[in-house]
Design a protein around this ligand. Structure first.
Ligand code: SAM
Length: 273
């Protein structure tokens, strides 16, 4: 996880141009217990959860969820009989995950995706909830793709999504207000929108107080993600554009859902949905 030095919000062009410190890599959003509770409330299971559960199929398989957050998907997969490992660097996120139904059937690991290491291969490796977009540099993205490649079983697949940068996310998000359960108002304010990066503030308004957090996400192009995938020794098999499994239409699809596998794998071997 990367933290951006104060003052980098303004005029942020490339994350590398700012002082990025790995040691300070503690994004408050995922480490503050109050914010994490709000994240969990604001992100209940949705069509993405159904998509990934159906992707895992009905035959019990081994699934690695990198950046598993509060464990919604891991627990849903465990409920379907899969053997699941959820990995996340934020102890506060994992604490919520551990309290969910079926959490006892999941192996929880506190680690970044870059450094996670196990001797077990997995049938399916996922990175969901746009966790891929918290990776702000090519170096970190390549390190995560390398983790994925290392842990991918011979016939396994990797699936993750990133928002389609062709759409104007800053415009869509500017001033967005949502009412969360419990009457909490969530408002987004855009701080910077430069090249591949959008920095924004999330404001949570309670009856008696207000909480504010800042985040930066990367919006790499489909071509750039494909280039990084091939540099990591993997191959893109398919890119979908939404949770209804429509193919990516670069001018209008909201998502870019990458299906990735070992390069040696045959077309006929693959079972994508
Ligand atoms: C937007 S949340 C998504 C969580 C979950 N996958 C979901 O669908 O709700 C991003 C998650 O990525 C985690 N994260 C941040 N940096 C990470 C890294 N380097 N490796 C793995 N996970 C990371 C955060 O702690 C957070 O839980």
């Amino acid at each position: 996880m990367i933290a951006i030095a104060p003052g980098c919000w303004k005029g942020l062009r490339r994350a590398e141009e700012c002082r990025i410190t790995r040691e300070a890599a503690q994004d408050i959003n995922y480490h503050d217990s109050q914010i994490v509770q709000l994240y969990n409330i604001a992100n209940p299971p949705g069509p993405d959860t159904d998509f990934y559960v159906s992707l895992a199929g009905s035959t019990p398989s081994t699934v690695l969820d990198l950046g598993c957050g509060t464990g919604t998907l891991c627990c849903a997969l465990a409920a379907s009989g899969h053997q699941v490992t959820g990995v996340d660097p934020a102890a506060a996120m994992l604490a919520i995950a551990r309290s969910k139904p079926n959490a006892r059937f999941v192996e929880w690991v506190e680690s970044s995706a870059q450094t996670y290491a196990s001797s077990r291969p997995f049938d399916l490796i996922v990175m969901t909830g746009h966790a891929f977009q918290v990776l702000l540099t090519d170096e970190d993205t390549l390190a995560v793709l390398t983790t994925m490649r290392y842990h991918l079983g011979e016939r396994g697949k990797i699936v993750f999504e990133s928002r389609n940068p062709t759409l104007d996310w800053a415009e869509q998000w500017a001033g967005r207000v949502r009412k969360l359960p419990g009457g909490i108002l969530e408002t987004l304010e855009i701080i910077a929108n430069n090249g591949e990066f959008i920095s924004f503030e999330t404001i949570y308004q309670f009856a008696d107080k207000e909480l504010r957090t800042r985040s930066t996400l990367r919006f790499p192009s489909a071509e750039h993600v494909q280039e990084l995938i091939s540099r990591s020794g993997l191959k893109v098999r398919q890119i979908l554009g939404d949770w209804d499994s429509n193919p990516l239409e670069i001018t209008r699809s909201p998502e870019m859902i990458f299906f990735v596998e070992h390069p040696g794998r045959n077309q006929t071997d693959s079972t994508t949905r």
